[in-house]
Ligand binder design. Structure first.
Ligand SMILES: Nc1ncnc2c1ncn2[C@@H]1O[C@H](COP(=O)(O)OP(=O)(O)OP(=O)(O)O)[C@@H](O)[C@H]1O
Length: 251
């Protein structure tokens, strides 16, 4: 198999000494493959995502990007290649900024594009890719619904053509119909842009739709991981079975 784009290698992390939030976590995100991270509240999903983003450093083990340890000097390259979408489309967009400015932020911040014309063209392309009309660019976040705001957040994440999208519960704040549309959009972007998805979700239906590989986290440890159909279809660990039985509707 090819080298993973992002890898957590035997990662441990503690917010307070003696109270581990993550223990010996190994997870590989390969290009072209959707990876889901599931687990109950408090299992350590967000903590792992923060480490994968370089926002915190593991206490033990390491995070690797293209096979080499992720350290300060490589963060800019990393950010170009790895972008994020968060759960809440209301708090993740600055209400005082116009949509074109919001979507252009990674282009400016990472120095990917500087000229006005180029930035404008890239923003227009990103808005189009997420199914928003061109005039969305000149409006403000409060003029949009929750689903449309999440499209804006996704446009911002894909504007610099990243290789990986880390999505932390990207649809859990949305109503059911909107959820389905955003899941369809993520599936489409994955296919058309060769985007690799790392998805944190407690919604196993979403996971089954978008990710071929699933890792189950319980109290900071990965208790099971593998092909999604196998993990969700015939879970070998009692915790995964409990997690499945707590879901009212299965795919
Ligand atoms: N800033 C912090 N300081 C101290 N402990 C923390 C902090 N953030 C998280 N924790 C603890 O680390 C553990 C893992 O939390 P984390 O937020 O990663 O879980 P999660 O799986 O993302 O949960 P949720 O689905 O509720 O977001 C929990 O025991 C939590 O209480």
């Amino acid at each position: 198999m090819t080298e993973p784009i992002i890898e957590a290698a035997s990662v441990g992390f503690a917010y307070r000494a003696g109270v581990p939030a993550l223990t010996d976590v190994s997870l590989a995100v390969h290009g072209g493959r959707g990876v889901a991270l599931v687990g109950e509240s408090g299992a350590g999903k967000t903590t792992l995502l923060r480490l994968l983003l370089g926002l915190a450093r593991p206490t033990t083990g390491e995070i690797r990007f293209d096979g080499a340890p992720l350290h300060r000097g490589r963060l800019r390259d990393y950010r170009r290649g790895v972008q994020t979408v968060f759960q809440d489309p209301y708090s993740s967009l600055d209400p005082r900024q116009r949509v074109d400015r919001i979507v252009a932020e990674p282009l400016r911040g990472l120095g990917v594009a500087t000229g006005r014309a180029e930035i404008g063209a890239r923003v227009a392309e990103a808005l189009d890719s997420v199914g928003l009309p061109a005039d969305a660019a000149t409006r403000y976040p409060h003029e949009f619904s929750g689903g449309q705001r999440q499209r804006i957040a996704i446009a911002r994440a894909i504007v610099c053509h990243p290789r990986v999208l880390l999505a932390d519960e990207p649809v859990s704040a949305l109503d059911l119909t909107t959820r389905v549309k955003i899941i369809d959009l993520l599936a489409e972007l994955r296919a058309t842009r060769d985007l690799t998805l790392l998805l944190v979700s407690h919604d196993l239906g979403v996971v089954a739709t978008l990710c071929a590989h699933t890792a189950v986290l319980e109290r900071g440890r990965i208790v099971e991981q593998g092909n999604t159909a196998a993990v969700l279809g015939a879970p070998s660990h009692p915790y995964t079975r409990r997690l499945l039985s707590s879901v009212p509707r299965l795919p």
